[in-house]
Design a binder for this molecule. Structure first.
Ligand code: NI
Length: 56
């Protein structure tokens, strides 16, 4: 479900990872929660959007 990942070195000790994913919202949420729970991950936010295609 991961489409792309960008890795940026903020300083000697900190990296910024920007990961684009595509898929079911509950699975995307689960992936975000899993990544945020990884050791040494200091901060994580999830931003979601939709094409509206599968919305009723
Ligand atoms: Ni790095």
């Amino acid at each position: 479900m991961i489409i792309s990942a960008q890795h940026i070195h903020l300083d000697h000790d900190n990296c910024l990872e920007i990961i684009a994913v595509k898929g079911n919202s509950s699975e995307v949420q689960k992936l975000a929660d899993t990544l945020k729970a990884v050791k040494d991950v200091k901060h994580g936010t999830l931003s979601m959007s939709t094409t509206g295609k599968d919305l009723i």
